[in-house]
Design a binder for this molecule. Structure first.
Ligand code: ZN
Length: 384
């Protein structure tokens, strides 16, 4: 048992700042109060206590080819099966992959991330590799698998269904790449089987304008409309919505993830976070392909803050932005699997304690703190 004393806690789902003590016992917050004090006392003297980060979307496997292919187009880089990343993944040994994934997971741990949602390539073997790589690292991977049987214009649907069911025995969900690579029948099987198993179905939508136009021309539906129609539990990107796409998602109750740094690197635009917030959406942010970006949420947060005013001329509220890296996952069905906690009595203790440099605790995290300024990281697997 220990007490983190005298910190500025960003408490609850709304990250309300309050100067109180937090008592932690056996991985749980048992008490928060101005005079609470049990066990070892850790006086953090005005440091900011923020929920640890959830990285909402990453492809950790491409840690093997950091910065390769810079300046190529989206499809040249990441489209299966011939994009730079898929060729590299197919040619990598298991040991190379495990070492590269471990290095990225340690980078995440050190920069305050305790949970990440990964699009894992390589079928069942790919899922097993990440489980093996993460075994001794104090981080929780949420692993979404995929299978080669998903692809093509006329896939064998029985084979797809069997592959999905087998994957779901091991993985936390399924994530095909996008609607450009799979048919609506395959998408429906994935979302239905995941729903039955209580797991996550996730897919990239509207990452590029050309994806959207192709989808509208070929099917009369945008990729976002397809994602809503097939009822995936999570939609990733939404960078180039058409017509009422975002309004549609706001009414569907689906979880949304945006990846501004990856979108910028691939020159496909920037998601309109303020419009999403106005519509009542609660996005997560993700660092996306490890080949494009470091999986460091401080870097993503600062980029998000600044690109919104450059691109849309409207400032984003820092507290709303920080929620995208922390508590926005709460309230969605998929958090049943992820189990990300907010800082409150009775919840799992999952927080970072950071130096305070400014009077605004949100901008302090987004705009000032770097990895070296994390004084403590507390989580279920990792304690002080
Ligand atoms: Zn992605």
């Amino acid at each position: 048992m220990f007490t983190v004393s005298n910190g500025i806690i960003l408490k609850g789902e709304n990250l309300v700042p309050t100067r109180e003590n937090i008592v932690v016992d056996d991985g749980k917050i048992i008490e928060i109060g101005k005079d609470s004090s049990e066990g070892k006392i850790i006086d953090v003297d005005g440091a900011v206590v923020c929920p640890s980060f959830i990285n909402g979307h990453i492809h950790i496997g491409d840690s093997i080819i950091k910065d390769e292919g810079y300046s190529l187009s989206l499809s040249e880089m990441v489209k299966p099966p011939n994009g730079v990343k898929h060729v590299a993944l197919a040619n990598a040994t298991d040991d190379e992959l495990i070492d590269a994934m471990k290095a990225s997971m340690w980078e995440m741990v050190e920069s305050g991330t305790t949970h990440f949602i990964d699009y894992r390539e390589g079928g069942i073997e790919g899922v097993k590799l990440l489980k093996k790589a993460s075994k001794d690292i104090p981080i929780k991977p949420i692993i979404l698998g995929r299978d080669d049987s998903f692809y093509g214009d006329d896939p064998d649907l029985n084979r797809v269904r069997t592959a999905v069911r087998k994957l779901l025995k091991l993985a936390d969900g399924i994530a095909p790449s996008g609607f450009g690579e799979i048919t609506m029948d395959v998408a429906e099987i994935i979302s239905k089987e995941c729903g039955k198993a209580g797991k996550i179905s996730s897919i990239h939508v509207a990452e590029s304008e050309s994806n959207q136009i192709e989808s509208l021309n070929n099917y009369g539906l945008s990729e976002i409309e397809k994602g809503v129609k097939t009822n995936f539990s999570q939609l990733v990107h939404l960078t180039n919505p058409k017509n009422d796409d975002l309004e549609l998602v706001s009414g569907s109750g689906q979880n949304v993830v945006v990846c501004p740094r990856a979108n910028a690197t691939l020159n496909v635009g920037v998601a309109d976070l303020n419009k999403m917030l106005d519509l009542g959406l609660k996005p997560l942010i993700g660092t996306d392909n490890a080949m494009l970006n470091s999986p460091n949420m401080f870097r993503e947060l600062e980029f998000c803050l600044k690109i919104m005013s450059v691109r849309y001329g409207s400032y984003i509220n820092p507290v709303d932005l920080l929620k995208m890296a922390t508590t926005n996952i709460c309230g969605f069905d998929i958090n049943n699997i992820i189990q990300k906690s907010v800082i409150d009595e009775g919840n799992f203790a999952e927080f970072i304690v950071c130096n305070s440099f400014s009077k605004n605790p949100y901008l302090n995290i987004i705009n000032r703190v770097e990895t070296k300024n994390i004084l403590y990281t507390i989580n279920k697997k990792f304690s002080i």
